[in-house]
Design a protein around this ligand. Structure first.
Ligand SMILES: Cc1cc2nc3c(=O)[nH]c(=O)nc-3n(C[C@H](O)[C@H](O)[C@H](O)COP(=O)(O)OP(=O)(O)OC[C@H]3O[C@@H](n4cnc5c(N)ncnc54)[C@H](O)[C@@H]3O)c2cc1C
Length: 446
C-alpha cells in the first residue's frame, strides 16, 4: 500500500473510539489478537468470575492458556484447546494506604486502575505507551515504559496470587519469597493464572510533556544518556531516514520541569502543536503535550484510554540491548534504513532500568529498547527481522516477549542465564505442561 493511502486509512481508524473485539465477542466466533495479525487456534473461552471458578476451570482442562487483553503480536498467549478469561473487576481494587500498595484482579487494565489511584491521591511509577493492557498480562511479558531510572512495569509488583496447574493457589511476595518471587513475576504465562497482583504505589504527581522535532542523530553519540535523562520518561521516534530523530517526547513531573520548552534541545526544536508519533497522523488520540500539566496517567502513555492506540493495523517488534551499547546499536540499525523504511510506520527508542527478574530482557542490565511499528506485511517483516537481529547480535540482543522476532531458540535461550532454573520452577508449578503452548515449547523448551 502506498504511504499516503495507508495514512488516510489509519486516520479514519483513529477517529473511532477504541472498542475491544472481545467486548463484543460471541461464543464460537474466532478470537483474534488486538492487531488482528493472529487468529488464536481455538475460540473456546471460559470466563472465571471468582477464584473458585478459576480453580475449577483450571482443574477441568488438561491444556489451557490465560487470555489477557490480547495485545501480544506473537503466539505467546495462543492455545489450541482452551482459554480462561479473568474479567476485569473494578470493585475488587484494594488500596492499602499505609503499605502504599494496591491489589487488583488478574484481568484489570491499567486504564481502569489509574483513574482510581488518582482519585485516592496515588500513582504508579510508570506506564507503557498505552493504558489498554491488563496489569497481569503486561507484567507477564516484562512490558515497559521509558526512563533511565524506571524499571519495567513488573518492578512495581510486590505480591501475586497464582492458581497453578492442579488448581492450587500459591501466594508469592517480594518480602518472603526471594528468588522464587524474582523467577515468577515475569512468568511468560508458563506458571499458571495470576488471579491477584499487588503493585507498589506512590503519591500522585502532575506531569507535562514537550515534544521536540528533528534531533540530529549525531547528537546521540556524545549525549545519549543526557538526552534520555532529560526527563522522567523520554522516547525517541525515528523513521531512520535523514540522520535525524523525528520526534523526542520528554515527560517530566511538573515540579522538576519548566513551564516553557527548551528553545534548542540538542539541535531539535519544540513542536508547535500536539503531534502523533507518526507525524502525518492527527494527534487526537495522543495524550496532551505542549507542556500542559496533567495527572501522571494522562501523560506517561502516548495514547489516551478510550481511543485506538498506536495505528491499529500494524505489527510490532522490539529489541533490548545494554544501555552502554545504545549508540552503537542505534547506528547499526540505521545502516539498514533503506531496507527497513519501506515497511516501517515508526520506530521508538526507550530506556529501562535494570531489574532482577530471571526472564526479564532487562535482567541485571540497564537497557535500551529499539522498537519497530511495522505495516502489517508479515512476509516482508519476517525477512527484515533476521537482518536486524544479526546487526544487534554483538550486543546479545533479547527480543520483547510479546512482539515478533525470529531469533533461533538456541540463541534466545543462551541469552537467559537463569533459564535452567526457570524451567525447574515451571516443572514444579505445571508438571504436565498444562500452560505450555507451542510458543513456550519452541522458545524455552526446545
Ligand atoms: C498498541 C500496542 C502498544 C504496546 N505498547 C507497549 C509498550 O509501550 N511497552 C511494552 O513493553 N509493550 C507494549 N506492547 C505490548 C504489550 O504490552 C504486551 O504484549 C503485554 O503482554 C500485553 O498484555 P495483555 O494483557 O494484552 O496480554 P496477552 O497478549 O493477552 O497475554 C500475554 C501473556 O500473558 C499471559 N497472561 C495474561 N494475563 C494473565 C494472567 N492473569 N495470569 C497468567 N498469565 C496471564 C498470557 O497467557 C500470555 O502468555 C504494546 C502492544 C500494543 C498492541
Amino acid at each position: 500500500m502506498e504511504k499516503r493511502t495507508f495514512i488516510k486509512l489509519s486516520s479514519a481508524m483513529l477517529a473511532t473510539p477504541f472498542l475491544s473485539p472481545l467486548d463484543k465477542w460471541l461464543p464460537n466466533e474466532k478470537i483474534q489478537n488486538w492487531a488482528g495479525n493472529l487468529t488464536y487456534s481455538t475460540s473456546k473461552l471460559d470466563q472465571a468470575n471468582s477464584l473458585e471458578q478459576a480453580k475449577a476451570i483450571i482443574r477441568k482442562y488438561p491444556k489451557l492458556k490465560v487470555l489477557g487483553t490480547r495485545h501480544c503480536f506473537n503466539a505467546i498467549a495462543d492455545s489450541t484447546q482452551q482459554f480462561i478469561g479473568l474479567p476485569p473487576n473494578e470493585q475488587a481494587i484494594e488500596l492499602d494506604t499505609d503499605a502504599k500498595t494496591v491489589t487488583v484482579d488478574g484481568g484489570l487494565k491499567y486504564g481502569q486502575l489509574a483513574p482510581f489511584l488518582e482519585s485516592k491521591g496515588f500513582a504508579l511509577h510508570n506506564l507503557a505507551s498505552l493504558p489498554h493492557i491488563s496489569v497481569a498480562g503486561a507484567c507477564a511479558t516484562a512490558t515497559h515504559g521509558s526512563g533511565i531510572k524506571q524499571g519495567n512495569l513488573a518492578t512495581a509488583v510486590s505480591a501475586m496470587e497464582i492458581v497453578t496447574a492442579n488448581g492450587e493457589v500459591r501466594s508469592l511476595s517480594r518480602k518472603k519469597d526471594g528468588e522464587t518471587f524474582r523467577a515468577a513475576v515475569v512468568h511468560l504465562g508458563a506458571l499458571g493464572a495470576v488471579t491477584r497482583i499487588t503493585l507498589d504505589v506512590q503519591p500522585t504527581f502532575q506531569m507535562r510533556q514537550y515534544v521536540y522535532e528533528n534531533l540530529p542523530t549525531d547528537q546521540l553519540k556524545d549525549n545519549f544518556d543526557k538526552i534520555m535523562g532529560s526527563g522522567y520518561s523520554v522516547s525517541l521516534f525515528t523513521d531512520w531516514l535523514k540522520n535525524r530523530i523525528n520526534e523526542v517526547w520528554v515527560k517530566s513531573p511538573v515540579n522538576d520541569s519548566k513551564s516553557t520548552p527548551e528553545a534548542d534541545f540538542y539541535g531539535a526544536t519544540p513542536a508547535k502543536k500536539n503531534l502523533h508519533p507518526i507525524a502525518e497522523i492527527p494527534a487526537e488520540n495522543c495524550t496532551e503535550q505542549m507542556g500542559v500539566p496533567g495527572p501522571w496517567y494522562e501523560r506517561m502513555p502516548h495514547f489516551k484510554m478510550g481511543f485506538t492506540p498506536s495505528s491499529g493495523k500494524e505489527l510490532q517488534s522490539e529489541y533490548f540491548v545494554p544501555r552502554k551499547n545504545a549508540v552503537e546499536a542505534i547506528l547499526a540499525v540505521e545502516r539498514l534504513r533503506e531496507q527497513i523504511n519501506p515497511h516501517l510506520m515508526i520506530s521508538e527508542i526507550r530506556t529501562i532500568d535494570a531489574d532482577d527478574f530471571w526472564m526479564s530482557p532487562c535482567y541485571k542490565q540497564p537497557s535500551v529498547a529499539l522498537h519497530f511499528t511495522w505495516k502489517q506485511n508479515w512476509p516482508a517483516v519476517q525477512k527484515l527481522l533476521p537482518m536486524i537481529e544479526r546487526e544487534l547480535a554483538p550486543f546479545n540482543v533479547r527480543p520483547h516477549w510479546g512482539k515478533l522476532f525470529t531469533l533461533a531458540p538456541s540463541v534466545l535461550q543462551s541469552r537467559y542465564e537463569k533459564l535452567a532454573d526457570f524451567r525447574k520452577l515451571v516443572q514444579e508449578y505445571d508438571p504436565t505442561g498444562k500452560f505450555r503452548n507451542e510458543f513456550l515449547a519452541h522458545n524455552l523448551f526446545s
